[in-house]
Design a protein around this ligand. Structure first.
Ligand code: 4AD
Ligand code: MG
Length: 440
């Protein structure tokens, strides 16, 4: 008899094993007990691993007593190694069934698994470390991993270098109003709200860079699209203007979606996604000015004045009948960040754009050209009451070989929520950090 470690070494994934269903040969699989029911002398389990699930049926007469007892006492989500023969079986949930010849528990749970069928959302968030094993979360996490991969792949194909910024900083990258403060060896420092300023420093070395890192926002927002910690993809490009910036954004978004649809038929089915809607997400995306956006909103019954920022409800109204994302460009300078250059054609506005996902999903990207003249930058920073000392290194960049440049930031959980049509952004990240939640 093989010992359990030998069995693990000789085992294969459920996906691979299923491919041998016509070979009538003994195979070993391992995983977690996803479901279990028994009818006297027979026990049915659904075994789950990272690749899939399969129904296994054990007959008391065909197992040695010790193994039968192990199986009989096994709780849901215990880990096990199962030996047997796989055959096609239309009655089994995934179309295949394994007849068990040997069963070894790896670790039986101390207690019944705490998650049963009907649980409140709050409870499921409390036991997130265990809920991540649910089919829904498994599939979201697979999709997330692929979306990360396609984003990196696109940037790699477009000759970008991936850089790694510091996450602890004294120079807030945006408004500075939503920074998490920390005690850094008796100095004040913050968790970064954007890696943009550091990405800017690196274009003078590498020209086309991106960072893909967490950003932190101490926003007191209880919406379905705000996280306190989110993953932020931030490309920054030397010699780029706002027009080129928008083109890069639409190509990136479209690449991610086209690759996702092309390679993940199973996930499209699981999430019940509209393939044609997704396949249609191709450049060019519609571009409207901020001014036009305000006009459109008012035509749809809103009451917005020039200068107002757009809230969640405005974003919904603006895009609810759109099929593709739309850019809203050139916003009033008062409601945008200090580093955005004045629009020479309308000095009330700055050269920037937000990308709004369709059907009311809201902003997924914010981007702009960057001021590249030191005096202009200092002037804007004073207007915004920023402490110039904290940004001296950033101003320096404009004093030594400055070049025009632009970049943008994409909130990857917003993109995941949109593509997978999730109700809430907290499900797009394994361990969400929300205003009322920092554990598990
Ligand atoms: O529009 P934001 O604040 O822009 C910046 O941070 C720029 N420095 C980016 C750059 O140009 N490099 O944030 C960019 C994106 C938003 O469009 C949104 O997708 C996401 O980050 N985001 C959030 N995602 C989840 N939770 C939050 N609280 C978010 N705040 C912003
Ligand atoms: Mg923004």
């Amino acid at each position: 008899m093989q010992n359990i470690f030998e069995k693990i070494d000789n085992s294969e994934s459920i996906n691979q094993a299923i491919k041998k269903s016509d070979k009538n040969q003994s195979i070993i699989i391992k995983g977690w007990i996803h479901r279990k029911r028994s009818s006297g002398k027979k026990i049915f389990i659904i075994l789950r691993d990272a690749t899939g699930t399969i129904q296994c049926v054990a007959d008391k007469n065909n197992l040695i007593e010790k193994e039968w007892n192990e199986l009989d006492s096994a709780f849901i989500e215990s880990s096990a190694v199962v030996t047997g023969i796989i055959k096609k079986d239309v009655r089994a949930p995934t179309g295949f069934e394994l007849t068990v010849t040997s069963f070894n528990i790896l670790s039986n749970n101390e207690n019944q698994f705490p998650i049963t069928e009907y649980q409140s959302t709050e409870f499921l968030l409390d036991v997130r470390h265990l809920w991540l094993r649910s089919q829904k979360m498994i599939n979201i996490m697979k999709a997330r991993s692929y979306i990360f991969k396609y984003a990196r792949e696109f940037l790699d194909k477009n000759n970008f270098f991936e850089i790694t910024p510091p996450l602890i900083t004294q120079a807030g990258g945006e408004t500075g109003a939503n920074l998490f403060e920390l005690n850094y060896f008796n100095q004040k420092a913050y968790l970064t709200e954007s890696s943009q300023l550091y990405a800017e420093a690196m274009i003078f070395a590498l020209e086309r860079v991106y960072s893909f890192a967490p950003s932190y926002r101490a926003e007191k927002s209880r919406t379905t699209k705000h996280l306190a910690e989110y993953w932020h993809l931030e490309p920054e490009i030397a010699y780029f203007n706002n027009k080129q910036n928008m083109e890069l954004q639409e190509n990136l978004v479209s690449y991610i979606i086209q690759e996702f649809v092309k390679n993940n038929e199973d996930l499209l089915i699981f999430f019940n996604l509209d393939k044609n809607y997704l396949l249609n997400i191709k450049p060019p995306f519609k571009r409207i000015s901020y001014e036009q956006a305000i006009e459109n909103l008012n035509n749809k019954g809103a009451d917005k004045k020039w200068g107002d920022d757009l809230g969640v409800e405005d974003e919904k109204l603006l895009t609810d009948d759109e099929q593709k994302p739309i850019f809203v460009y050139n916003w009033p300078k008062e409601i945008k960040a200090f580093y955005m250059p004045i629009n020479p054609d309308d000095p009330r506005t700055v050269l920037c754009s937000d990308l709004q996902a369709p059907k009311g999903f809201g902003e997924i990207i914010g981007g702009s050209e960057r001021i590249w003249n030191a005096n202009e930058l200092i002037e804007r920073m004073k207007e915004k009451n920023l402490d110039l000392n904290k940004y001296s290194w950033y101003i320096d960049l404009r004093k030594y070989g400055s070049v025009p440049h632009a970049g943008f930031g994409m909130g990857i959980e917003r993109v995941i929520k949109w593509i997978l049509n999730l109700d809430h952004i907290r499900d797009a990240i394994p361990f969400p950090r929300l205003i009322n939640r920092v554990t598990p």
